[in-house]
Design a protein around this ligand. Structure first.
Ligand SMILES: CC(=O)N[C@H]1[C@@H](OP(=O)(O)OP(=O)(O)OC[C@H]2O[C@@H](n3ccc(=O)[nH]c3=O)[C@H](O)[C@@H]2O)O[C@H](CO)[C@@H](O)[C@@H]1O
Ligand SMILES: C=C(OP(=O)(O)O)C(=O)O
Length: 420
């Protein structure tokens, strides 16, 4: 197992390029199940979750070939409709194979996704939606078994906007008989990217990016090529890194319009942000002002940026109130941030962060993906050396983050953690 050693206190400067989006790539890879043939996906990030998705597809009989950031997926000869526990438990998004397998084979057997540190994360809304399309669903031995001779379009109203649930239903409805309407659908940019590739395959999907999506089922889909959108959470993490170190960086290959909620809050905190020729410049202030945030479904403040923003507020002037409204257990980073000397108290889903003059380097342990990022940010701003261990979480979602940060002038190295 690896750990990161970070000597904090360096102002970041220079240029960094954002990789393709993890959260867009996963459903995009999985949607190739729907269309037999060879697909070509570009701007794919090198991540552990991508490797897991490839293993899931290979287990189903797909042939996958990657060169650089381009991955070719041949789904001509799929010969299994089962995704097993050993793979699905390591990555929640692999449960998305349920809808496309059901659509292609009339049956699917998929392990329930593994418990994750940030909350219970049920899939009841995925299953309710698939049942509304006519699937017969049973839960046995930890597996979801679904059957349907032919899925039929339906009107589905989600109790709450679910990103995975919306993606699951987009895929299941694409080749169902008749029309499907998804109401209270998730509006995240990753949903738009997902609908884009499905439409390139011949699907008829309108309204992705709004809360009502209309899908007219087609007889079959064909293979296609697609370039994955930039990772907005990676981009947002670099924005916070510049802010916390009083840095001045230029971020390439990012969509600032995907990060409005974060950008406005950063500006309220005193950060300067400008966008010229699609290069976003972020300049940290001398003194950060405290700002309150509430996480919400898109276009609200993203839960995937809550931990990083909390790290920023640890060194702001005054007190900040942070409410987490998406996941019930997404404050695992708090106890680790305290090790840097932060002043944070938690009550229910609300954390109150009182800014301190400085953070001091400390040994800390990452508990989940975005928590890992928040610890790296705190370490970059701290006055001495920190060690961040258990960074395998980080490798699920950030491509070469230590190399990218080192390129911006951070003193950060990855070493083997002999104690693990
Ligand atoms: C791979 C991927 O894209 N992951 C993202 C996706 O996760 P994911 O798709 O798992 O998150 P959802 O949008 O589904 O979850 C939102 C809320 O709905 C609840 N819920 C969801 C489904 C369901 O069947 N029942 C139910 O109650 C969840 O517990 C949570 O409270 O969106 C989250 C919210 O933006 C992000 O944090 C994750 O990074
Ligand atoms: C929670 C996340 O991902 P996942 O849904 O894959 O666990 C994330 O990207 O922050």
């Amino acid at each position: 197992m690896d750990k990161l050693i970070i000597n904090g206190g360096k102002k970041l400067s220079g240029d960094v390029t954002v990789s393709g989006s993890k959260n867009a790539s996963l459903p995009i890879f999985i949607s190739t199940i729907l269309a037999p043939g060879c697909h070509e996906i570009s701007n794919v990030p090198f991540l552990r979750d991508i490797n897991t998705t490839i293993k899931v597809l290979e287990q189903l009989g797909a042939r996958v070939d990657g060169k650089g950031n381009v991955v070719k997926i041949d789904t001509t000869d799929l010969n299994s409709f089962e995704a097993t526990y050993d793979l699905v438990r390591t990555m929640r998004a692999s449960v998305l194979v349920l809808g496309p397998l059901l659509a292609r084979f009339g049956q699917a057997r998929v392990s329930l996704p593994g418990g994750c540190a940030i909350g219970a994360r049920p899939i009841n809304l995925h299953l309710k939606g698939l049942a509304a399309l006519g699937a017969e669903i049973t839960l046995e031995h930890g597996y979801v078994e679904a059957k349907a001779k032919k899925l039929k379009g339906a009107r589905i109203h989600f109790d709450l906007p679910t990103v995975g649930g919306t993606e699951q239903l987009l895929m299941a409805a694409a080749t169902a008989k008749g029309e499907t309407i998804l109401e209270n659908a998730a509006r995240e940019p990753e949903i738009v990217d997902h609908a884009d590739i499905l439409n390139k395959m011949g699907a008829k999907i309108e309204g992705a990016g709004t809360d009502t999506i209309r899908i007219v089922g087609v007889d079959g889909l064909h293979p296609t090529s697609h370039t994955v959108m930039p990772d907005r959470i990676e981009a947002g993490t670099f924005m916070v890194a510049a802010a916390m170190t009083g840095g001045d960086i230029r971020i390439h290959n990012m969509r600032l319009d995907h990060l409005d909620a974060l950008a406005f809050k950063l500006q309220d905190a005193g950060v300067e942000i400008s966008n010229k020729d699609n290069i976003v410049r972020v300049k940290g202030p001398k003194k950060i002002k405290s700002v309150n945030i509430k996480t919400r479904p898109y276009p609200g403040f993203p839960t995937d940026m809550q931990a990083q923003f909390m790290a920023l507020m640890c060194i702001a002037e005054g007190a900040s109130v942070i409410s987490e409204n998406i996941f019930e257990n997404r404050f695992m980073h708090v106890s680790e941030l305290l090790r840097f000397g932060a002043d944070i108290t938690v009550e229910g889903n609300t954390a109150t962060v009182k800014g301190v003059k400085k953070l001091s380097g400390a040994p800390v342990m990452a508990t989940d993906l975005r928590a890992s990022a928040s610890l790296i940010l705190a370490a970059l701003a701290a006055d001495s050396t920190s060690e961040v261990s258990r960074i395998y979480h980080l490798d699920r979602g950030y491509e070469s983050i230590e190399k990218k940060l080192a390129g911006l002038g951070a003193d950060i190295v990855r070493v083997k953690d002999e104690s693990q």
